[in-house]
Design a protein around this ligand. Structure first.
Ligand code: FAD
Ligand code: HEM
Length: 392
């Protein structure tokens, strides 16, 4: 029966229940799996960052979903997902030998972890599932001719506010992506700690690319990006993901950007500028302090020549902190944009639920959740709301 045995597959899926939750049994399973894998194949350990907690969570959540699809006897989406994961994993330097040692470690760990429910049927399903998952990933990686990563050099680093930087790079070769997508980035200050960043401009045939970064409290990579990045740094970027987009025939648009959540929305807006006519786009751009509305001038310049765009700046506090004077003045000429004070979810929903709009929300996970919930509470249909995956 193997992959057709839904009961056996349910046993395997249950082993990955609650992955990422503290003290989940699945975390112990995956911890043992990695320990066994690294013992079998010591070179694999060097591919991973020192702390493996987030990795265990990502692996377990992916497995829970994949086994759930197998239980439902759906193949198309998990095969597409695993193939993409395999192509993306090329950037970590994964080889066929790593897949081979993973297969062995995975099978024996599953077997010893689930020993009480390990029947012949579960054994068949586990063997076939592990072979299929690793086979799809390694096969797709082998079949892919495109680059595994794009290297680039930092040209400019602008500290636009205490916690914010605009960073421009020149890639050795141009990277194709859709405006609104995000990429995985590795910087020299933190090898093997890949983080997602969203290009703030559409793909450029000459390889120029721009990122907007905000340092988060206690954050490893974002603080280096903001404080330590220097021209000449060599970055590695990997393939683009995400589907944020504006359907130009889909009606008017509401965009809500919290801080550097502006980046992918600005890329979409810049791309729309190619067309003479567009749906109306209303962008709320929010930050804690007025001085952190770092890209208001660019937005003002775009809106000045594109009547379909209107921009509402929002800041949580009415005044600037004492350190504002240490950074460039970001305000466009007075009176052009009436700034509102308040938090984005409340300010945006003052005008209703925007139910007739395509809605794109971008920013930190808490801001995205709060804005989405507030809009839905005011009647916005959830299926009209787009945002990136909520991580963190
Ligand atoms: C799809 C996607 C696109 C992204 N695009 C951008 C971008 O264009 N610009 C940008 O500056 N960042 C962006 N991020 C966030 C970025 O990838 C990192 O998560 C963030 O910079 C923190 O990394 P770190 O290493 O500094 O923090 P870590 O050391 O990984 O985490 C430290 C602490 O910060 C918390 N944390 C992690 N991420 C955030 C966050 N976004 N907001 C608030 N707290 C957080 C964690 O829960 C943890 O407690 C994006 C994230 C995703 C998922
Ligand atoms: C030879 C096999 C593999 C190797 C060497 C490998 C290695 C890695 C490394 C180094 C990372 C980055 C960790 C980090 O940034 O913290 C990663 C991420 C990840 N891996 Fe694997 N992996 C392998 C197989 C798999 C398999 C079989 C799955 C599940 C189907 C998987 C799922 C994931 C997921 C979901 C992530 C996080 C997202 C991403 O970075 O793509 N990996 N892996």
């Amino acid at each position: 029966m193997g992959l057709e045995d839904r009961d056996a597959l349910r046993v395997l899926q249950a082993a990955f229940e609650n992955s990422g939750a503290p003290q989940a049994d699945s975390d112990e399973l995956i911890r043992r799996l990695y320990t066994r894998w690294f013992a079998l194949d010591a070179a694999v350990r060097d591919l991973f960052p020192p702390e493996l907690g987030p990795q265990r969570a990502a692996f377990g959540q992916a497995m829970h979903w994949v086994f759930g699809e197998f239980v439902a006897q759906r193949a198309q989406e998990p095969v597409a997902f695993l193939a993409q994961l395999g192509r993306d994993h090329r950037k970590y330097g994964v080889t066929q030998q790593h897949y081979e040692s993973l297969r062995r470690a995975w099978y024996s760990t599953m077997r010893s972890h689930l020993i009480d429910s390990w029947t012949g049927a579960v054994d068949d399903a586990a063997t076939q599932a592990i072979n299929l998952i690793t086979g799809i990933m390694s096969g797709a990686a082998d079949a892919e001719d495109g680059p595994a990563w794009w290297d680039g050099t930092v040209l400019e680093h602008h500290r636009v506010s205490r916690d914010l930087a605009v960073i421009r790079l020149h890639l050795d070769r141009s990277m194709p992506y859709h405006p609104g997508q995000f990429v995985n980035v590795q910087i020299p200050q933190w090898p093997r700690r890949w983080r997602y960043l969203s290009p703030a401009m559409p793909a450029d045939p000459d390889g120029l690319i721009e990122f907007h970064v905000r340092s988060v409290l206690g954050g490893m990579v974002s603080n280096s990006l903001v404080a330590e990045t220097r021209p000449g740094d060599r970055w590695r970027l990997s393939s683009p993901h995400g589907g944020l987009h504006v359907d130009r025939d889909g009606g008017d648009v509401l965009m809500v950007a919290g801080s550097t959540g502006l980046a992918p929305l600005r890329a979409i807006i810049m791309d729309l500028c190619r067309f003479g006519e567009n749906p109306r786009v209303h962008l709320f751009f929010g930050a804690r302090y007025p001085c952190e509305l770092y890209d208001l001038r660019t937005l003002w310049e775009i809106a000045a020549s594109n009547p379909w765009l209107s921009v509402s700046p929002v800041s949580e506090y009415a005044g600037d902190p004492p350190w504002a004077g240490d950074y460039p003045d970001v305000q466009p000429p007075r009176g052009l944009h009436v700034r509102q004070t308040g938090r984005l979810p409340e300010v945006v929903t003052k005008y209703g639920g925007w139910g007739d709009r395509q809605i794109l929300i971008c920013g930190g996970p808490a801001m995205v959740r709060a804005t989405r919930d507030a809009l839905i509470a005011k009647g916005a249909p959830p299926e009209r709301i787009q945002h990136d995956p909520l991580v963190g």
